[in-house]
Design a protein around this ligand. Sequence first.
Ligand code: SF4
Length: 251
Amino acid sequence: MLLKERYQAFVDHFSKYQPNAETELHYTNPYELLVAVILSAQCTDKRINQVTPKLFIRFPDVHQLAKASSDEVFEYIRSVSYPNNKAKHLVGMAQKLVHEFGAEVPSTIEDLQKLPGVGRKTANVIASVIYQAPAMAVDTHVFRVARRLGLCTNAKTPLAVEKQLVKYLPEDKIHVAHHWLILHGRYTCLARSPKCEQCPLSWFCKYYQQQHTESALLKAEKAKLRKLEALKKKKTAKKNGRILKKKSIKS
Ligand code: SF4
């Protein structure tokens, strides 16, 4: 299957069945999404959605968060991963937004990355979710699923995966394809035990085809070994039979 056809199959499937896929993080405006995405690094969306309602009531906008101490923010986010660092990042991010960006969430990856706690992945999420920019955030699910499906070849790093996806996906689908890959990785193409038997993409999935080819080869190899073993046993039995016959003639 050509790479182009593989991408076409991927886009066709999700355009039909999940045309409006979106983030599972709860937010009502760019400020809340930025906070939620910063918090979600190395943590689950489910956990973040448990802490953000109270956090957003106490700090309803970037101005309130900019005035907070990281100790106070920590109390609201203590159950997420790395709460100390994230509390400092949130306050630092809010202060920078207020002082350098007119309290608006910037739209370019470059500006977003100037904010504390915002790396390339977070910047790509914000740019694609809020501004529908053709940016691909590569998290662990995107990295795994894109490689398994064969959408990327020899891509060993998140950046390499990002570049290939951005290169081959239709530009207007890049922002939604990010969610397709994440959701597929979260619910079907699980890291340890992918649910291949119920996956609608198995017919063009490279990983699935490899697994099947490997298991078919393994089966054929085992059958060959069993045949050789049986042949060997037959020969030994025949030989033993001849020896016994000779002995009985002699006696
Ligand atoms: S067939 Fe299996 S490995 Fe391939 S995308 Fe589906 S679940 Fe993942």
